[in-house]
Design a protein around this ligand. Structure first.
Ligand code: AMP
Ligand code: MG
Length: 506
């Protein structure tokens, strides 16, 4: 019998994993979710596990080897005292109000150690609409690898504990097989949760949700401030700041999310809902990674503006609580300065330049050479379609004392690059610091989850060979290390990578 207090201890048998639930979201009450039962899959088997994610829950590698855990993470059996629910949210999709959505295939089984455990792909919920409640192996592996890769890169993200597969057929463009990803986050609350209650004029629930998020995730908003702000405008400002920081990380890394609908925006500023995402190969600011995004709404360079637009949707939803348009606007105006400062800091680190001129009379660009250096190198990378990750890694190696030839060879227009390099080297030399340049190798990854790498691991896994997936995972868990045995994964993508088509279908 489930313990509705939300706090319980599990000890079904001495050898079985014990989980102490602390289900805070459940205490919001039935307006926020529906109770559901995960639908299991026939003959589930392990596809992937993350010991790093498991450690967040206090689970060991041997805990993850247990059959009851496999069955629980497949959705076949409930962990003792688990209280599975699907939450309701709404949202704007591709700029249009989409009405009620909700967890159509993700089921929250409970919260432990400050992390909610969600099983994605374990069957129908009241919010499945036309969907089948399932996820395919392909998209589950992509979400798993990307979540763990992003965490290792230091990018705010939800985590992935496991992928469990089954031979259960699932129809997408072709017939595929089913899988369930177990993912973790301190909260899976989205902008769309707020939009839902605001759109329904359910202002009590809206306030309850905001108070919940403040109490558990942004307690600093509840503290007294001597300005005019109120607790809800401060919540908006906090979410604006986190989101702006996340966008700076994505842009500096060359990460394209692909479906930045408001229902895919985490209230905690985490990367959430990995679908047709892409870590860019050749740098292209106009790059569209989602083949269903015909207008390019979510093209790489538009991501910060889209996030800002999404934050206005959140702000609109919070208006019944904030009550004062000026306060809401001033919270929203935090986006640009926070994004710019964070992006500049990240690009400064990528360039290995750690000092900023303090001459207040110098024009902005001269005050901070990072601005011009960044603008100019991005222009060159785009014009000459240079591989984004390889460029930064080779620049890091050259700045450390190796020859500049390899990075120079990435450019067809050598003269253009030489001009940039001369300016860059003036600053590098002026700021010569072994540590600054050494840290370039710890901020410019050698390995990212390129589409073709994911694709190869998926193809092998579809044949039930998980060795490649496991090796790729372990390399991506240490993306700044050299891994000489996997040099080819740090190289240019093969020609066929350009033909990989990733859509919303998952
Ligand atoms: P997404 O595009 O994955 O962010 O999903 C948008 C909405 O569609 C969410 O409400 C999802 O839960 C729902 N959804 C996506 N795929 C499925 C599916 N196969 N079955 C049920 N609901 C789904
Ligand atoms: Mg989604």
């Amino acid at each position: 019998m489930a313990d509705n207090s939300g706090m319980s201890t599990l000890c079904p048998s001495p050898e079985q994993v014990q989980i102490r639930w602390n289900n805070r979201f459940h205490k919001l009450g039935s307006a926020f979710f529906s109770r559901v039962m995960p639908q299991g899959m026939p003959d589930p088997y392990w596809v992937a596990k993350s010991t790093g994610a498991a450690a967040l829950l206090g689970l060991s590698q041997s805990d993850l080897a247990q059959t009851p855990i496999l069955l629980a993470l497949a959705g076949n059996e409930l962990l003792p005292h688990a209280q599975p629910v699907a939450s309701v949210y709404s949202g704007h999709q591709f700029g249009q109000w989409a009405g009620q959505l909700g967890d159509g295939r993700a089921i929250l089984v409970g919260e432990t150690q400050g992390f909610e455990i969600q099983l994605k792909g374990c069957g129908l919920t009241p919010y499945s609409r036309m969907g089948d409640g399932r996820a395919v192996l392909r998209s589950s592996i992509r979400e798993f690898l990307a979540s763990e890769a992003m965490a290792a890169l230091g990018i705010p993200t939800t985590r992935a504990l496991s992928v469990v597969g089954s031979d259960l057929p699932v129809r997408r463009e072709t017939m595929e097989t089913a899988a369930v990803v177990a993912r973790l986050s301190p909260s899976f609350i989205r902008f769309g949760h707020f939009e839902h209650f605001a759109s329904q004029d359910q202002f009590d629930e809206l306030r309850q949700l905001a108070d919940f998020v403040i109490a558990h995730h942004y307690p600093q908003c509840a503290e007294a401030h001597d300005d005019q702000s109120n607790v809800y405008s401060r919540l908006l400002a906090c979410v604006v700041e986190r989101t702006a920081q996340l966008m700076a990380h994505w842009q500096a890394l060359g990460f394209c999310h692909g479906v930045m609908n408001t229902d895919n925006m985490s209230i905690l500023g985490l990367t959430l809902d990995y679908g047709p995402f892409q870590f860019m190969d050749a740098f292209d600011p106009q790059h569209i990674c989602n083949h269903s995004d015909h207008q390019g709404r979510y093209a790489f360079l538009r991501q910060p503006d889209v996030a800002n637009w999404n934050l206005f949707c959140l702000g609109q939803s919070l208006m019944p609580l904030i009550e004062d348009t000026e306060l809401a606007l001033s919270a929203l105006q935090r986006f640009k300065p926070v994004f710019e400062a964070q992006y500049l800091a990240l690009m400064r680190a990528k360039l290995g330049l750690h000092k900023q001129s303090t001459d207040p009379s110098a024009p902005t660009d001269e005050k901070d050479p990072v601005i011009k250096l960044t603008q100019n190198i991005l222009k060159l990378l785009a014009q000459q379609k240079v591989d984004y990750t390889i460029f930064w890694r080779q620049l890091s190696q050259a700045a450390r004392g190796e020859s500049w030839d390899r990075v120079r060879d990435l450019f067809v227009d050598r003269a253009g690059f030489d001009e940039w390099l001369a300016a860059y080297r003036r600053h590098v030399d002026a700021q010569a610091s072994a540590t600054a340049q050494h840290t370039m190798l710890s901020v410019n990854p050698k390995f990212v989850l390129r589409n073709h790498l994911a694709q190869q691991a998926i193809a092998a896994a579809q044949d039930k060979d998980y060795a490649l997936l496991g090796s790729l995972q372990s390399v991506l868990e240490h993306p700044f290390d050299e891994h000489p045995e996997h040099e080819e994964w740090a190289g240019f993508p093969p020609d066929w990578a350009a033909s990989i088509s990733v859509s919303c279908s998952s």
